[in-house]
Design a protein around this ligand. Sequence first.
Ligand code: PDD
Length: 271
Amino acid sequence: MAQATVPVLDRGFIFGDGVYEVVPLYHGKYFRLEQHLARLQRSLDGIRLINPHSVAEWRGVLEELVARNPAAPQQTVYMQITRGVAPRDLAFPNVPPTVFAMLNQIQAPTRAAQQRGISAITVEDLRWQHCDIKAITLLPNVLARQQALDAGVQEAILVRNGEALEGAASNLFMVRGDALITPPQGRNLLPGITRDVVLTLASEAGMRAREGALTIAGLRAADELWLTSSNKEIQAVTRLNGGPVGSGVPGPWWEILSARYDLFKATLVGI
Ligand code: PDD
């Protein structure tokens, strides 16, 4: 890591002109890699940057990364592509993109930590109008997360025009009765890979899973709130804006879906 360098004129550094992906691995096996590479392609298309690698080439690079690093039960790969190194000018340059990828070890949360759930606050969503693109330009997310930490809680839920959309780095789900509702895909949020899995698993578990707008008042009346992402999987939010969510502990549907998610991972990666 210490030997890897990027020139200071890289457009990722100067403009935040790039996109990224985070893919989980379990025991050295990539989880939903095809879906992550498809979303990477959509992000690249969204910023009009030509993908420097075919899917087969990406798979080769990522497998080499696993082979060259120590194995671990749970890891993520972070991959970033920027529009390359060029004199500082907004116009697209004619240079090769910069590609960077690294493996990170993940400390799986203990059962006790999972059972505590997390606390969150709602904050105004100050991001741009293309949150469906996984852009490296994360300043509003950085500020939102820090606002949450400064308030003594772990996560911020972003609210735009009265609608709760997602966490600073996760998708949002609300449970009421046997209904599971998550804000609709569109420009306002990232189409999460974990989100898709959870929607499918919830339907299989007998929930009425659907997309729908979530308001702050709606969140207050929730039986359960969850945040989902590649590195945190399904997190129960047990306190929101200082009050308990539902009964104040992770709910029964969270227990069921977490167990199903673990099972799905295990069958997919053969562990
Ligand atoms: N973030 N929404 C936002 C804004 C995110 O940044 C992420 C993931 C998600 C969840 O997407 P997925 O289930 O595909 O991980 C939703 C990654 C993990 C990150 O920035 O580290």
